[in-house]
Ligand binder design. Structure first.
Ligand code: SF4
Length: 350
């Protein structure tokens, strides 16, 4: 069976390491995710990404360290100040330490993120990073998922031991959020200028987003020089104002992940491709990092997501194994064979 000449040409470029442009991205996103050609696209993305990395994947951990009605006001998020039912709270020192130890006890976590609301206390956050630095193995990096921040704030975080940040300029930023897209982009620049690595994502994708909107969003990260790129679908969290639009399927998400992977793989700093929330279709479409979550989570109306939507380390290892990855990489890029013995040893058989 033949595939369309345009797709053939784009995949040839991707195989040859030639950067894809916006037109290529638009073409890929316009393909029906239920078609044979989408299957070819997803298989090609997985094959190209895995061939660059010895068929290895990484596990990231995220801990939401505080919760409050958030002035970011994002209409898709469970913490937006105009619709949230959450009251202000913070993890205690003991809870934080227990969560860090639980993520790190087997020594195979690539990086640990600490997530705050849009406004956060820099001193408190820096203390968390310093404390975490004494608890995590040397092979686990520390990252931040915080609100818009200055160059000086990031320099301070870097001094405390931070390697990078997760930050996005969301689809509909400034329309469905109370935040300014310019501030979001400036924050990413500030992080890069402070010497931190940048991980971004095309998010939160809903059924109403057009191909052109997705293309523009995906290329923000590509043009800034990301280390990790990803795609995330918007979860129709009950009670959040955009829940009425529903959500895209995991198959459509996997198709978008494959497109993100092929469009970003030639960025010189690019290392890993992700998907939120984890699903097997996307790990067969180019994604190679998975996130375990604990504490607050914008996609969950449970205060501690590890009791609801969030996946733990064991389930993450099992999913990567089932999707055929041969290794888990630690934060120093060393590799651990991912086989049945390892799953048994880490109590990950489920
Ligand atoms: S997504 Fe982040 S910035 Fe927006 S309301 Fe939720 S916690 Fe606040």
């Amino acid at each position: 069976m033949k595939i369309a000449p345009e797709l053939d040409k784009i995949l040839d470029k991707a195989w040859s390491g030639i950067p894809l442009d916006r037109q290529d991205c638009k073409y890929l996103l316009s393909i029906d995710e239920k078609s044979f050609e989408s299957g070819v696209l997803r298989a090609a993305a997985a094959s190209i990404i895995r061939s660059k990395n010895d068929n290895s994947a990484i596990i990231l951990g995220q801990i939401g360290v505080d919760v409050k009605p958030c002035p970011g006001g994002c209409k898709f998020c469970t913490f937006g100040e105009d619709h949230t039912g959450f009251k202000e709270s913070r993890l205690s020192d003991e809870e934080l330490e227990e969560k860090i130890n639980s993520f790190c006890k087997d020594g195979d976590l690539y990086a640990l993120y600490f997530m705050t609301m849009h406004e956060y206390d820099l001193g408190y956050f820096v203390n968390i990073v310093q404390k975490a630095k004494t608890l995590v193995p040397k092979t686990t990096q520390l990252w931040a998922n915080v609100g818009d921040s200055s160059l000086d704030a990031f320099k301070e975080m870097k001094k405390a031991g931070l390697t990078g940040i997760y930050h996005v300029c969301r689809l509909g930023e400034g329309v469905y959020t109370k935040l300014d897209p310019k501030d979001r982009i400036q924050t990413m620049k500030n992080a890069l200028d402070a010497g931190l690595k940048l991980y971004t994502c095309c998010e939160p994708i809903g059924p109403e987003h057009t191909v052109d909107e997705l293309v523009e969003n995906i290329f923000i990260g590509i043009e800034m020089g990301v280390t990790q790129h990803a795609a995330m679908r918007r979860v129709a969290v009950p009670g959040s104002p955009l829940a009425k639009y529903g959500q895209i399927s995991e198959l459509r998400l996997a198709h978008i992940v494959a497109t993100v992977a092929l469009c970003s793989v030639t960025v010189p700093t690019m290392a890993y491709v992700g998907v939120h929330e984890p699903n097997t279709l996307s790990y067969l479409a180019g994604a190679n990092f998975i996130t375990a979550e604990s504490g607050a989570n914008p996609r969950d109306n449970q205060g501690d997501t590890s009791k609801n939507r969030g996946m733990d380390m064991a389930r993450c290892r099992k999913m990567l194994f089932e999707c055929g990855f041969d290794y888990i990489r630690r934060g120093d890029e060393s590799k651990i064979p991912l086989d049945l013995d390892y799953l048994i040893k880490t109590d990950s058989m489920g």
